[in-house]
Design a protein around this ligand. Sequence first.
Ligand SMILES: Nc1ncnc2c1ncn2[C@@H]1O[C@H](COP(=O)(O)OP(=O)(O)OP(=O)(O)O)[C@@H](O)[C@H]1O
Ligand SMILES: [Mg+2]
Length: 302
Amino acid sequence: MEAAVRTSGLRKEFRGTVALQGLDLVVPPGSVFGYLGPNGAGKTTTIRLLTGLLRPTSGTAEVLGLDVASRPDEVQRRVGYLPGRFVGYPDLTGGEYLRYLAALRGGVEWSEVDRLADRFELDLARRLGTLSHGNQQKVGLVQAFMHRPDLLVLDEPTTGLDPIMQAEFLSLVGEASRSGATVFLSSHILSEVEAVADTVAILREGELVRTATIPELRAQVVRRWDVTFVHEVPADVLRAIPQVAEVRVRDRTAHLVLAGSAEELLRTVAPYGVENVETHETDLTEVFLRYYTHEEEPWRVA
Ligand SMILES: Nc1ncnc2c1ncn2[C@@H]1O[C@H](COP(=O)(O)OP(=O)(O)OP(=O)(O)O)[C@@H](O)[C@H]1O
Ligand SMILES: [Mg+2]
């Protein structure tokens, strides 16, 4: 099957500022693709290029097999797009605004709009200008999902949503994905990306620094172990184990940072009399943060 999104040397400059430097990206159909990066990394720029709202300085973008530059209207009809700063017309009610968009776009069953509004507990009779930020965001989400698009491109979709609505959003993404849609979402919320994405790309200063599956990233997660010995801690022995990246000793306990398999550690310490081993789960946040900062080998603990 063709890629849902394919970019080749996609580059965007704004009067001297390079926002995106020759991006090569392939998003497989049916995947949930998390697009991460610090402020100003170029996420929104990428999304606006994918939806035909910006023209690239050079390079190409293909979405659902369509060349974005030559067929922007068709791309915009077929993609469900949530802009980073969603604003509708303040004087229209949510219902009026969605009807207007549905008429423009075509292919919308109103029962789907009602279903989505129900899921988000959104009152479609209220004027957009009178809605809270989070409730306006829900209108943005409804319009992105309402025509059951094959590709959803969502720029920080959970901005302003309360935790219950964030969870509702994540289940919608899961359902869309199970029914075959591809979801491309930018985010700063690592837990949400971890919960829903199968692949993540990390962008920094307009450049892709890493694309990986969640299990691949997990494999890089460093683990913290506290090993308590019956007698003294054999610190030098521990430091000589290649997978042990850090050793701190307190009384009879060694606080270790483990980057890699624990096999050699366990084999090596056994003869020294181990009283207790405690392991601490770390999450992906740590891995991501290392990519966000300027570290060459993010999984290494300095
Ligand atoms: N219309 C514009 N004119 C000039 N510079 C722009 C324009 N849009 C974006 N930029 C610049 O391009 C770079 C990338 O911005 P972009 O909005 O894509 O980042 P982002 O990853 O979405 O950040 P955030 O997490 O803050 O939303 C930034 O340096 C930004 O200042
Ligand atoms: Mg942005």
